[in-house]
Design a protein around this ligand. Sequence first.
Ligand SMILES: NC(=O)c1ccc[n+]([C@@H]2O[C@H](COP(=O)([O-])OP(=O)(O)OC[C@H]3O[C@@H](n4cnc5c(N)ncnc54)[C@H](OP(=O)(O)O)[C@@H]3O)[C@@H](O)[C@H]2O)c1
Length: 279
Amino acid sequence: MRWGVWGENFTTAQYEKIINQCLEIGLTQFDHADIYGHYTTEADFGNALKSNSSLRGKMQLITKTGIQMLTPNRPNHAIKSYNTSTQHIKDSVEKSLSNFHTDYIDTLLIHRPDILLDPIAVAECVADLKKEGKIKSFGVSNFSTSQVELIAKHTNIEHHQVEISVTQLASFNDGVLDQCQLKNISAQAWSPWGNGLFTEKTEKNIRILSVAEELAAQYETGVNEILLAFLYAHPANIVPVIGTTQFERIIQAKAAMNISLTTEDFYKLWCASTGAEVA
Ligand SMILES: NC(=O)c1ccc[n+]([C@@H]2O[C@H](COP(=O)([O-])OP(=O)(O)OC[C@H]3O[C@@H](n4cnc5c(N)ncnc54)[C@H](OP(=O)(O)O)[C@@H]3O)[C@@H](O)[C@H]2O)c1
């Protein structure tokens, strides 16, 4: 999301460089959505895959569908809305395949819970796409537990991408992470470094950063590592979906995998976020 025109706007050579750097350290999964960069980022990233055809086979591509964004790039959209019709999902997958110069997507996610989503139609669509080899796995993003339950009655939900971080604790308590463990759904955390944590000087963010800095000194590491270690402490095997444009921070994300926060240190961060001790 942040590598295209909504962020650093990498050139094809820059994409190729950072993709190679990621692959070299074993980070092989890349998160996209049809809408990123107002429908331009998949293609920008895909140009690197076209320019270096050895890359595609070494990575897994996640992309999303279901949001219709208002943009000059989609003049037929009259309002920002959701669309999970079979036609929309299939058209969107075809565009993603073409953007990435590939014949399969590793993971397709429905980006947001569409009020009009027909679970049986979506299940049939997913079955078709899998049968055709166009998608390898399927999941959702930002759904409630009951919305997941409804689709899961008709098709296998393999991934759920939600916002989870030390600033956004809801999924720990609203059943989403319990459901991921119960149903063997891979939990992906977007904005894992905490939306606005580094940019908005709120009391909550100041509290969190102060505890994270103390822990970073104690564990002889950095704040970024501690913030991801907070997620790794949870038994749901949360997969952070990082959005950095800096390779150094990608290295820090990898280093976080080797840090085991003690239970008390997890709760120091938890309480810094809530601003209260646990009951
Ligand atoms: N499914 C969904 O609905 C949904 C929604 C939003 C995002 N996503 C996905 O999740 C990905 C991650 O989201 P995100 O980018 O918000 O997550 P993030 O990884 O938590 O945040 C990345 C941002 O934080 C900055 N940052 C990190 N460490 C910093 C530090 N120590 N000091 C200052 N700034 C720091 C990064 O700047 P630098 O670039 O300078 O490192 C970047 O702007 C997105 O790229 C997208 O693929 C999904």
